[in-house]
Design a protein around this ligand. Structure first.
Ligand code: NDP
Length: 293
């Protein structure tokens, strides 16, 4: 069997168009244009690229972006003051503090300070706590995990009753993905660096989500025939045949696993494009909440 290749770029593009329509509807109803504030502390090149691509994506769907830059030497008080100002600014519906922050800053304190109504990254402990509780709903779902579930839904994968295995238990990917799958009524196993005999666990999965950051760790014989495989990992491997000297691969050995799975996401072009699309969706949601309050 050769798997269906899940086209994350196309699905993300459709999600963005839906957000653009939502923005138009808000404006047509006389509501203010949604706004996203990005906060970048320091000069990390990768973070600069991420922030720029988020701002560009906002512009494409009609969301206004407000870019704030602080030097790498910014004090905790300066960051706290900026977040407090953005919490109070009615033009700002969503606040995105680009992580990682410089080491001297208390990341948890900063994330906790973001108003829960503007927590479009979904990392506030209240949002994560609500995700973990039955009968409670988070205001926002963290963007990459949201993208994983969105891809499963768009490809018609039945989550309810499925055996799902999540490789990785990080705060930003593995754990929230697992919580979302439980909410979708899957039976979920979470694996991590101390899990014994990973292949025997992954072979039980109808849905397998890999978020470990280990290049091509999941081999063809780790996967149950007919499983749906979502590869969140992004890893650089040396490749002297290309100009850059490296290429990106996922946590899944794509060529092997596509011969076994029913559907699989490629890297790049699978989960990656979904993350920003879900950030836009969350920002629109924040603006709608503000408009109706
Ligand atoms: P972390 O390093 O925070 O977490 C990795 C997890 O994998 C941990 O729970 C760790 O276990 C587990 N793990 C590591 N090695 C092994 C192993 N050999 N066997 C089993 N489990 C293992 O990573 P993130 O969650 O932040 O990211 C995971 C991957 O997803 C990375 O490649 C990252 O680049 C990518 N990513 C992609 C995004 C996208 O938009 N496409 C967004 C965010 C991340 P333990 O808890 O025991 O240490």
């Amino acid at each position: 069997m050769t798997a269906e290749i899940i086209d994350g770029k196309k699905i993300a593009e459709e999600a963005r168009l839906e957000v653009a329509r939502g923005v138009e509807n808000l404006l047509a109803a006389g509501k203010p244009r949604p706004g996203l504030a990005t906060v970048l502390v320091g000069e990390d090149p990768a973070s600069q690229v991420y922030v720029r691509s988020k701002q560009k994506a906002c512009a494409q769907v009609g969301i206004e972006s407000f870019g704030y830059k602080l030097p790498a030497t910014a004090s905790q008080e300066e960051v706290d003051t900026l977040v407090a100002e953005l919490n109070a600014n009615p033009q700002v519906n969503g606040i995105l503090v680009q992580l990682p922050l410089p080491k001297h800053l208390d990341e948890e304190r900063v994330l906790n300070a973001i108003s829960i109504e503007k927590d479009v990254d979904g990392f506030h402990p209240l949002n994560i706590g609500r995700l973990a509780q039955k009968g409670r709903d988070p205001l926002f779902i963290p963007c990459t995990p949201y993208g994983v579930i969105y891809l499963l839904e768009q490809t018609g994968t039945k989550i309810s009753g499925a055996n799902a295995v999540v490789l990785g238990r990080s705060n930003i990917v593995g754990m929230p993905v697992a919580l979302l799958l439980v909410r979708g009524n899957a039976t979920v196993t979470i694996c991590h660096s101390r899990t014994r005999d990973l292949p025997s666990v992954t072979r039980s999965a109808d849905i397998l989500v890999a978020a470990v950051g280990r290049a091509e760790m999941v081999r063809g014989d780790w996967v149950k025939p007919g499983a749906v495989v979502i590869d969140v990992g992004v890893n650089r491997v040396d490749d002297p045949t290309v100009e850059k000297g490296y290429r990106l691969v996922g946590d899944v050995a794509f060529d092997e696993v596509k011969e076994v799975a029913r559907a699989i996401t490629p890297v790049p072009g699978g989960v990656g494009p979904m993350t920003i699309a879900m950030l836009l969706k969350n920002t629109l949601h924040a603006a709608e909440l503000a408009a109706n309050s």
